[in-house]
Design a protein around this ligand. Structure first.
Ligand SMILES: CC[C@H](C)CCC(=O)Nc1ccc(S(N)(=O)=O)cc1
Ligand SMILES: [Zn+2]
Length: 261
């Protein structure tokens, strides 16, 4: 492959104790986005994002990452347009990061890792009755990926960072009642899009990925705060939550489209 061999892909990965690519998987994520191989699609619409900050519910550590979850019982925080046929409801967002700044993102661009990656997870409530059902359908989910790069302190992220000590251990949760995730999006509208999968079990091939071209900037202290979280529960031997990203998966018979020339 472009920047790594996939032989290892079929090996067991310590984090998930399950085959990295599901048998017969043809659209697994994450992937390397080779900029020059992406195809500009003039028919791609602008992505329209409207989040209601009061739909925010809580932050919790699920043992893979920390998640900020939203009330998705109505169409109050939604995305529409872009590559999507329907509107999708925001369910949660979370991050993936490295032990050091040299890696941490799940997707790469021209084989370059970013130190972290944000995923905003949405589901197709037009066609499916629940998130759990949408997870099993080819057009069930839409995940916006935003790269984080080392730079200026991000004031919007800081409110999340300040809450992290309260969710240090797996299965801890705190109430978090107002947060506007649009503050975590870059102002540039450009994105790549491709058909992929969840990057943690159940690894279902149900995700339309929308990867923003431009990263947001966060500072070293904010990345370090992510690294103070634990995979382990209270009372267990402490295991630092770092390197919670899945290895790159083969592109196979897929084209990455760009919304920009
Ligand atoms: C029974 C299935 C369960 C309900 C699914 C729970 C869930 O939300 N999983 C999930 C979500 C997003 C990603 S990612 N990293 O954005 O690809 C990975 C896994
Ligand atoms: Zn993710």
């Amino acid at each position: 492959g472009a920047c790594c061999s996939y032989r290892l892909r079929d090996a067991l990965h310590p984090l998930w104790q399950s085959p990295l690519t599901i048998p017969g998987g043809t659209r697994q994520s994450p992937i390397n986005i080779q900029w020059r191989d992406s195809v500009y699609d003039p028919f791609l619409k602008p992505l329209k994002i409207s989040y209601d900050p009061t739909t925010c519910l809580h932050i919790w550590n699920n043992g893979y990452s920390f998640l900020v979850e939203f009330d998705d019982s109505a169409d109050r925080s939604i995305i529409v347009g872009g590559p999507l046929e329907n509107q999708y409801r925001l369910k949660q967002f979370h991050f993936h990061w490295g032990a050091v700044n040299d890696w941490g993102s799940e997707h790469t661009v021209d084989c370059k890792f970013y130190p972290a990656e944000l995923h905003l997870v949405h589901w197709n409530a037009v066609e499916y009755p629940s998130f759990e059902e949408a997870v099993m359908e080819g057009n069930g989910l839409a995940v916006i990926g935003v790269f984080l790069k080392l730079g200026a302190r991000h004031e919007g992220l800081q409110t999340l960072v300040d809450a992290l000590p309260a969710v240090r251990h797996k299965d801890t949760v705190i109430e978090f009642d107002v947060f506007d995730p649009s503050c975590l999006l870059p102002s540039c509208p450009d994105y790549w899009t491709y058909a992929g999968s969840l990057t943690t079990p159940p690894l279902t091939e149900s995700v339309t990925w929308i990867i923003k071209k431009r990263p947001i900037e966060v500072d070293e202290d904010q990345l370090e705060a992510f690294r103070t979280l634990l995979f382990s529960s209270h009372g267990e031997e402490e295991r630092r939550m770092v390197d919670n990203f899945r290895p790159l998966q083969p592109l196979m018979d897929r084209t990455v489209r760009s919304s920009f020339r």
